[in-house]
Design a protein around this ligand. Sequence first.
Ligand code: ARG
Length: 579
Amino acid sequence: MLPYRVLEKLLRQAVQDCLPEANSANVLVKPCADPKHGDYQTASLMPLAKERRLNPRQLASDVVARLRLPSWVLQVEIAGAGFVNFRISAAILMECLNAAARGEHLFFEPVERPLTIVIDFSSPNVAKPMHVGHIRSTILGDGLARTCRLLGHRVITDNHIGDWGTQFGKLLLGWKQSSDRTSLQRDALEQMERIYRGINAACEADPAMLEKARHELVKLQAGDSENLKLWREMIERSQAQFADIYRRLGVHFDYTLGESFYNPRLKLVVQELQNRGVARESEGAMAVFFDDIPELKAHPALIQKNDGAANYMTTDLATLQYRVENWKPDEIVYVTDGRQQLHFKQLFTVFRRWRPDLQLKLAHVWFGAILGEDGKPFKTRSGDTIKLTDLLDEAEERAFRVVSEKNPGLDEQQRYEIARIVGIGAIKYADLLPNRQSDYTFSWDKMLALNGNTAPYLLYAYARIRSIFRKHGAATDSSTASNTPMTPADLSAEEEVILVKHLLSFGLVLEAVAEEYRPNYLCNYLYELAGYFARFYENCPVLKADEPQKQTRLLICDLTSKVLKQGLNLLGIETAEQM
Ligand code: ARG
């Protein structure tokens, strides 16, 4: 067991002894923010004391008095308002390194209680090209799914594509009016967008046109065979284009259940909500009112319009019902932009009233906008929305120039492959690094810089460590290193100790990412890791060191590269052995 887990377990026991009625599962151990205070810290005793009107420092000292600590804890200290800090020995660090070398862990452990977590992300709309707004949902959702999965949760990813709704009335009308069938064959998505723009303008200008579009929609909803056929064609063509982007991004979904999948449930959902008294009729429509919730008071949720049509909310309620029935999740996570905050607040509140019996965590993980360098929403020079394919192409082209400059000796094919990894990686990393709730400015120069908190920097750090092993003649990797018994005295240099302690926090960072849905914690962790490694490598000879130090240091190099690779993989970023 990793040291923080051991400490957590002992603390929970001690808390249970002191406060038998307390929920000790909430007692958590984190790395100390400032290493001056120790290696690990718990802040969990203070809220426990506060709830019971106890003196927090007194509770801390009662708990500490009951801790039966292992010999590797060098020091326990009660600090501030009731924190408890721990300092651990170099011996336990060596033990962890050796266990990692034996493949027992990579500085993280599976969670004790695996959950079933549904992650609803990407979810683009049919008949519209995927644009940069969808990229954040795709990259963020994929990163969260990968992290939760690695920690041992059962993750179900579901792409809730927008394949139903009022836009199809206009699209059908536009499609039927379009004479240019050949270009529809060639670049369907671009043409569909062009058709949509044209017909939308026409509908705005001419109420008769709008009426015609509505008529097409009614026909589609009534199951008109020609309209259904055209609708299916639009979906298929869109899906093909989406699939190509997901392939390039390395993103995979367990399910792609679009909005239309839930059509057969909509009427029943509205009826059930009415029967249960959750929804009521209002001016011919059906709505849920939130008079008791100040922030929602002015925003009732419409679940059926006065013409009987269902909407986005109805579909999301039916989707929830389906997921609960079929997947029995503990948690459902929705990844969309911040403009949908009200929608999800309404949705979650309606669902709680509908199913008060369920212990289901619902989370809206929202994010800010991507801005251009002029501070306005990211657009092309002519003001069009930027298409994702073009963006990925440009990233790879630009990365090719960076890679060629850095390492002109590599053959062209190799440089193309590295550029693909660096280019796509740079886009993903730039997207994941900022606090997701703030807008961020898209800058090619920043994201492709070889220095700074960027994907190219981390990828280069990784390749550099791998080059140590190439120099070493590949004679040593962790498997041979593990045969050499090592003594704690081997960790002599300060830079070594700092680096190894940082490796040991990997699992805690992953848990924080999963808990708060913030992959930026992992980005910063990896950036720090690369920095600590650079300092270690500058100050501690590796290949020139004497045995057994050389073995230990090679092991540290190897494990650092493994954590870098694993961490980047969780961000959806591939690695290259050379750069
Ligand atoms: N298709 C929607 C959009 O592009 C996002 C759907 C998010 N998921 C959901 N269950 N509502 O805005």
